[in-house]
Design a protein around this ligand. Structure first.
Ligand SMILES: Cc1ncc(COP(=O)(O)O)c(C=O)c1O
Length: 355
């Protein structure tokens, strides 16, 4: 599907096919913020490039202080990294030996699987009840399905699970102005030895090209992770971007106001094609998980989307070939994609989907 990945050694992710579109319009294959990067943060990142002949601050001090204020989580218990991916790899190397178990969903973000195997861990099935995991990962909300458990359920799960639980909150800031009240960060003081909260900032601020991630944990775990971390993993542009983005309240407000409406619109259009959306995924989760009926329809949907410059994410690499995932995008971009699907797939409510 995607020549950028070596599937014998790597997991497949979205975001690589846009540059192969002859007439690119919009990338629906990723789940980044449809508004693109905050303008002031982009300007700050660009300006910071003029200092590239110096090493970046090794302590990430200004960016860490800004992110600490933004998340309302203590700076001494927060590390910044080269995207969440740096910490996905690091936790699998650092946490106690033993099997890894992905959260309780039919599919979940697979970079954890690669990192676990690379660190010598067995990978358990999501519904395994016979083996105690050493590391459980809950994506909150979960990609690709879009489900999101309540904080109460998450707390119960952490309390009843053996080993360490890593909660990936890369999409939690999309939730709205009260996102911090629903964050697993609220549970961390109760479970300091057994809970770790990891986040990607490349989603909410639409900056996967410059890589910003964080990990929040107890003072002890923070020290352990810091010892294993490569120095200068956050470059000057990413640090400057973080400082500016954390201050941009207007950007967050427009995100919370518009994206849920655009998601509802996408879901309506999908139902109009006779496909099924995951109705339990909240409207603030910035993608739609779609069951199109069968794998041939999914493959054709991917092909048509590419042809009109709107790549989408097939879910075959999650073991779900009859599903696709669409990032929430502006209505005018949705119009391009859905017009092409309507014309070329000849679907209607009567013949789309059997499940
Ligand atoms: C749930 C989840 N965690 C982590 C990542 C990786 O984020 P980053 O770009 O910060 O490495 C992704 C990227 O798609 C993701 O979906």
């Amino acid at each position: 599907m995607d020549a950028a990945w070596d599937t014998t050694t790597q997991e497949v992710h979205g975001g690589q096919t846009w540059s192969a579109c002859p007439n690119f319009v919009c990338d629906f294959s990723v789940t980044t913020n449809a508004f693109g990067p905050p303008a002031a943060a982009l300007a700050a990142a660009t300006k910071a490039l003029s200092t590239m002949h110096h090493y970046p601050p090794a302590d990430n001090a200004a960016a860490l202080a800004a992110l600490s204020a933004f998340t309302r989580w203590p700076q001494e218990q927060l590390l910044l990294g080269n995207g969440a991916s740096e910490f996905i790899d690091l936790v699998m190397r650092a946490l106690p030996e033993g099997p890894f178990k992905p959260g309780p969903y039919i599919a979940a973000y697979k970079e954890y699987h690669r990192a676990a195997r690379a660190a010598g861990r067995d990978v358990l099935a999501h519904d395994d009840t016979t083996t105690d995991p050493a590391v459980t990962v809950i994506i909150h909300p979960n990609s690709p399905t879009g489900d999101c458990m309540s904080l109460q359920d998450l707390d119960a799960l952490v309390s009843s699970t053996k080993g360490v639980v890593v909660v990936d909150e890369s999409f939690m800031p999309f939730r709205g102005a009260t996102w911090r009240d629903e964050s697993a960060l609220c549970l961390l003081p109760q479970h300091p030895e057994r809970l770790i909260v990891l986040a990607s900032w490349t989603k909410i601020w639409s900056c996967p090209g410059i890589r910003i991630g964080s990990i929040a944990s107890s003072p002890e775990w923070t020290r352990t992770f810091k010892k294993l971390q490569t120095p200068w993993s956050v470059n000057v542009s990413a640090q400057a971007f973080t400082v500016a983005a954390c201050k941009d309240d207007a950007y967050m407000r427009q995100t919370w106001d518009s994206l849920p409406k655009w998601k509802l619109e996408t879901q309506e259009r999908i139902r109009g094609l006779g496909w099924k959306v995951n109705e339990t995924s909240p409207s603030w989760v910035p993608w739609v998980f779609v069951h199109v009926g069968d794998r041939k329809v999914a493959a054709k949907a991917v092909e048509v989307a590419m042809k009109v410059g709107c790549p989408i994410r097939p879910c075959a690499s999650f073991g779900l070939p009859e599903y696709i995932r669409l990032g929430v995008r502006r209505p005018e971009h949705q119009a391009v994609l859905f017009k092409a699907w309507k014309a070329e797939l000849k679907l209607g409510a009567a013949n789309g989907c059997s499940a």
